[in-house]
Design a protein around this ligand. Structure first.
Ligand code: HEM
Length: 243
C-alpha cells in the first residue's frame, strides 16, 4: 500500500513540476489540485477498494453476528439496555467518551468478535527464517494465522465454545484475542469500527427489542466468516411490544 502511494506521488511530481506536493498531503488534497492520469485513477480505485472491502463487509458481518447473539440472549439484552439508559443521558448526541461508560456492551461485542471473527485468517509472507520453539519457519513461505482457532484456545478462554461475555471482565488485551489482527499491520479501522458498532447498537437497543432464531451453526468461509444461511433477526418497537 505504501509503495503505491509513493509511486502515485512520484507520478504526479513527474507530470507537473509546478505542483508542490507535500509528503503529508492525503490523496484528496492532491486530487483537489489537479486531474489525475489513468494510472493514478487505478491506484486510487485500488485504495478505495481496499477501504470499502476491508471496512464495509467486515463491519456489516460483525453487526450481523452481534444482533444474532443479542436476539438469542434476551437477559443480556435487557442488562445492556439498562446500562445504556443509566449511563447515557442524551442519546441524540453521543460522544466518543460516552462509549467507554458501557462495559457490558463492550464485553458483549468482544465475545461476539471472539466467536465470530469476521476475518478468520490472515497471511504473512516470511522474508527471514525464524524459529518458534523447535520449529523452523523458512524464508519464502506463506504463513497463515487462523484467528478463529487462536481465539478458541481453552487455556486463554475456558469453555471456548460457550458464549460468555463476562470473561472479558478479567481478560486484559493479549495476542490470543485478535479480531483486528495484531502487530504493525493490524486493522487501521478498528477504533472507527468499534465506535460505529457501539453507536448503532445504542440507538437500536434504545428503541427496539431484538429477537433472533437459533442458527444452524453452518458457516461459509470465504475471506470473511459468514453464516451459510441467512440469520433471521426481528426488531420490535419497544413501545408497541406486546409481551
Ligand atoms: C469489525 C470490523 C473489522 C474487522 C473485524 C477488521 C479486521 C481486520 C483485520 C483482521 C485486518 C488485518 C489483515 C491482516 O493482518 O492481513 C484488517 C486490516 C485492515 N482494515 Fe480492518 N477490520 C474491520 C473494520 C475496518 C474498517 C471500518 C476499516 C476502514 C474504515 C478497515 C480498514 C482496514 C485496512 C485498510 C486494513 C489493512 C491495513 C494494512 O494492511 O496495513 N477495517 N482489518
Amino acid at each position: 500500500m505504501n509503495k503505491n502511494v509513493d509511486d502515485f506521488i512520484q507520478d504526479i511530481d513527474k507530470m507537473d513540476t509546478n505542483l508542490q506536493i507535500d509528503k503529508y498531503m492525503d490523496t484528496n488534497q492532491i486530487l483537489l489540485r489537479r486531474s489525475p492520469s489513468k494510472s493514478m485513477i487505478k491506484i486510487i480505485t485500488n485504495e478505495i477498494d481496499t477501504f470499502l472491502f476491508a471496512g464495509h463487509d467486515t463491519t456489516a458481518l460483525a453487526i450481523n453476528w452481534i444482533l444474532y447473539r443479542l436476539g438469542t440472549n434476551l437477559n443480556k439484552q435487557i442488562e445492556i439496555r439498562d446500562e445504556i439508559k443509566t449511563k447515557l443521558q442524551n442519546l441524540e448526541s453521543i460522544e466518543i467518551k460516552d462509549l467507554d461508560q458501557l462495559p457490558l456492551l463492550d464485553q458483549f461485542i468482544r465475545e461476539c468478535l471472539r466467536l465470530h471473527p469476521p476475518v478468520p485468517l490472515i497471511g504473512r509472507e516470511i522474508t527471514e527464517e525464524f524459529y518458534i520453539k523447535e520449529y523452523t519457519i523458512p524464508k519464502g513461505i506463506m504463513l497463515y494465522i487462523l484467528i478463529d482457532e487462536v481465539q478458541m484456545n481453552p487455556e486463554q478462554f475456558p469453555q471456548p465454545m460457550k458464549f460468555i461475555p463476562e470473561r472479558f471482565q478479567s481478560i486484559s488485551s493479549n495476542q490470543s484475542y485478535m479480531p483486528f489482527s495484531a502487530g504493525p499491520r493490524n486493522c487501521i479501522g478498528k477504533r472507527f469500527a468499534s465506535s460505529l458498532i457501539k453507536i448503532l447498537l445504542i440507538k437500536l437497543l434504545n428503541k427496539f427489542r431484538i429477537d433472533s432464531n437459533l442458527y444452524d451453526g453452518e458457516t461459509s468461509y470465504n475471506i470473511v466468516l459468514k453464516p451459510k444461511h441467512k440469520l433471521k433477526i426481528k426488531l420490535t418497537q419497544l413501545s408497541i411490544e406486546k409481551d
